[in-house]
Design a binder for this molecule. Structure first.
Ligand code: URA
Length: 209
């Protein structure tokens, strides 16, 4: 079973309060999402493997550690996931960025991928899929599936707010994918919004309403 990591660092929780607040305007909302994404990236990369190399400091020869694992791919789910990319990239500047856009066919309920572009070396990378809201889990489950179909093996899912329903859906469909969130909220309402949540993340990021 995959692990749910709720990253309850005080700085993240403080910023998340202002992200949730409906009086926070678009500019500040975008900046706060960016900052929280950077702080979360610090935690999501905690298990990156290291190797020891020999270097010379100005004083002597020394052994010291560098990253040794696979390179990283960041994949935002369109469109709200875009708001988290730059924040993660600040800590992992060499990461390549793919994009995935999906919707569910209202008649068949099957996922339709309307856009996908991933780095060409999918099998050589570990992936972080980003989307601020893990609500029903439908897009997350489908996006993870899209990446797996193209050869991605090691995937983490990162969001700002998760619902219990979304967490369950991802864990059931993809027990190998760990979920990282800044908060686990109470529930989904009838409209599919997370409660208390933050409203529509895409609209708040891009000023559309
Ligand atoms: N998507 C959002 O932007 N907000 C929610 O609360 C649920 C899904």
């Amino acid at each position: 079973m995959s692990t749910l990591h709720v990253i309850d660092h005080p700085l993240i929780q403080h910023k998340l309060t202002y992200i949730r607040d409906k009086h926070t305007g678009t500019k500040e909302f975008r900046e706060l999402v960016d900052e929280v994404s950077t702080l979360m990236a610090f935690e999501i990369t905690r298990d990156m493997p290291l190797e020891e190399i020999e270097i010379e400091t100005p004083v002597c020869k020394a052994k010291s550690k560098i990253l040794s694992g696979k390179k990283i791919g960041i994949v935002p789910i369109l469109r709200a996931g875009l708001g988290m990319v730059d924040g993660v990239r600040k800590l992992i500047p060499a990461a390549k960025v793919g994009h995935v856009g999906l919707y569910r066919d209202p008649k068949t309920l099957t996922p339709v991928e309307y856009y996908i572009k991933l780095p060409s070396d999918v099998e050589e990378r570990d992936f972080i899929i980003v989307d601020p809201m893990l609500a029903t889990g439908g897009s997350a489950v489908d996006a993870i599936q899209s990446l797996k179909q193209r050869g991605a093996k090691n995937i983490k899912f990162m969001c700002l707010i998760a619902s219990p329903e979304g967490v369950k859906a991802v864990q059931r469909a993809h027990p190998d994918v760990d979920i990282y969130t800044a908060a686990l909220d109470e529930k989904l309402n009838e409209q599919g919004y997370i409660v208390p949540g933050l409203g529509d993340a895409g609209d708040r990021l891009f000023g559309t309403k």
